[in-house]
Ligand binder design. Sequence first.
Ligand SMILES: NC(=O)c1ccc[n+]([C@@H]2O[C@H](COP(=O)([O-])OP(=O)(O)OC[C@H]3O[C@@H](n4cnc5c(N)ncnc54)[C@H](O)[C@@H]3O)[C@@H](O)[C@H]2O)c1
Ligand SMILES: [Fe+2]
Length: 373
Amino acid sequence: MAMDRLITLHQPSRLDIGAGAVSRVGAWAAGAARSLVITAPAVAGLVERLGLGGDVRVFSDVPPEPDDTALAAALAVAADFRPDLVIGLGGGSVMDVAKLVAVLWDGRQTLAEVVGPDRVAAKLSRLAQVPTTAGTGSEAGIRALITDSTTNAKMAVESPLMRADLAVLDPELTWTVPAAVTAATGVDAMAHCVEAFTNRRAHDMIDGFARMGIDLVGRYLRRAVEDGTDTEAREGMMLASYYGGICLGPVNTAAGHALAYPLGTRLHLPHGLANAIIFPHVLAFNAPAREAKTAEILSLLGLPDTPEPDHVLEATHGFCRDLGNEMRLSAHGAVDNALPAWAEEAHGIRRLMDNNPREMSVDDVLTIYRAAY
Ligand SMILES: NC(=O)c1ccc[n+]([C@@H]2O[C@H](COP(=O)([O-])OP(=O)(O)OC[C@H]3O[C@@H](n4cnc5c(N)ncnc54)[C@H](O)[C@@H]3O)[C@@H](O)[C@H]2O)c1
Ligand SMILES: [Fe+2]
């Protein structure tokens, strides 16, 4: 049993789930005088589906993988508008910015002052989260990730004050996600589940969510990639993403995400794609330390379930590649002599590396980058 560790689980105070659920936001928000919608160009057209009344302002400039300058632009609009409600309508990039806007817009605390756990002083606006990708599960949790524009490192802010008052899981909003983004974000959802499940800090309750998430990815990710309007597949992936978000809270990820981060910040790969490239290598590396759970993961994904490392690598690499993910770092513009510095950087992300079930040295990380090259 892995229940001896005491955990706290934060979830949105209300969840609306199902096709068309987005139209409920307006009734829930009734009474809000000033609603600020944080969104991105690709999904700004969905704003009217929220059915908002009152004074509404839309900030639609959130870029993928936002940095502190992108956050500052959103905060400037919010400081001027003084919203009593903030709504994140978009992927993880948008929802993370919305979380921070809801607690920072009055300027009393800076981003630098809140990086880390439990440093946010006050919640300034109610918060609703409406995901339009199925991947990060950011709507389920209390963490926000922002890139530091000077160091390129990802900064993590964590606070129960960034918990959503409402989260809406409406799979119809994900119909327009392109196949490549569907594949990459779907692997991100799976990686959250897998890395929590095989984690040194794994917990029986979170294992339950992880199993459900991995099973849904095994059944539905390929279908969602092949046909974006496959409602059942989109529903399944939206749930998998949410379950993955729950896994991130009390357990979190491990070496997989640590090794993926430099690929996002240095090579500018989308978060999900970076995870897809790294995931098979780390699962295979960890297999000797988690044989039974590795076999279970393979089985849930519909793959032959021998936990032998070479097989694990081959089978899961094939799974990710067959979804359309280009799995070679060299094909994404990586240069061989950059890899040692990335290995040092990934190895230094101790908040995640210390969760890994098997000790990984800088040389181990470099070997994985070279194998993925
Ligand atoms: N807070 C957390 O717990 C957590 C967890 C994992 C990742 N993240 C962060 O989330 C970010 C990545 O989020 P993501 O993977 O959802 O990608 P994203 O939000 O960057 O979106 C990817 C691209 O798809 C577009 N898009 C979004 N929805 C669409 C739709 N319905 N139709 C068409 N296009 C659409 C976006 O505009 C963007 O160009 C990263 O910054 C990552 O670090 C946060
Ligand atoms: Fe992730």
